[in-house]
Design a protein around this ligand. Sequence first.
Ligand SMILES: [Zn+2]
Length: 200
Amino acid sequence: MQDLIRQLLAELGENPDREGLLRTPERVEKALKFLTSGYEADVDDVLNGALFSVDYSEMVIVKDIDFYSLCEHHLLPFFGKCHIAYIPKEKVIGLSKVPRLVDVFSRRLQIQERLTNQIADMIREKIAPLGVAVVMEATHLCMSMRGVEKQNSFAVTSAMQGAFRNSARTRMEFLELIKLRSVVPSLRGGEAASLACAED
Ligand SMILES: [Zn+2]
């Protein structure tokens, strides 16, 4: 990878041998490997020992989870907050594991819509809740740094499954609790409220 990064620096018109860039290929490789470490992560390892059987069927919400990902169209960061809710049937996930589950999928080349769905699908697969909802709000540097003409570079995506899809009341309770309703009045089950990264 380091040879490729040296080549890339030269293609950009830089001198890879100047002092400030000498160790850049090594640093970039290390950074990229970390930022894409989700490919190697095993969800079962992450959740190991943190699935608990409970007699509890109220909504569980973990909100304002920071996440950082890379847009697969431009290899530029998109980042923001992730809000997750589910209604347990028999099992819950240890709260501290939820942000780590988000990392598994965000540390890959992604588009925001797929990232949102993958997190919801994994929670459904692991604990079969009565419903699961994931909302992600993110800033896309591929839009804001490049000055892409768009009303804003802030994208909101959602995945609503089970009770969150079937019951408007459950969905609104969740959106109320994460205080998003006024921002995304049109947010409905399973639909992205706006498109994330522009593919050009
Ligand atoms: Zn992009």
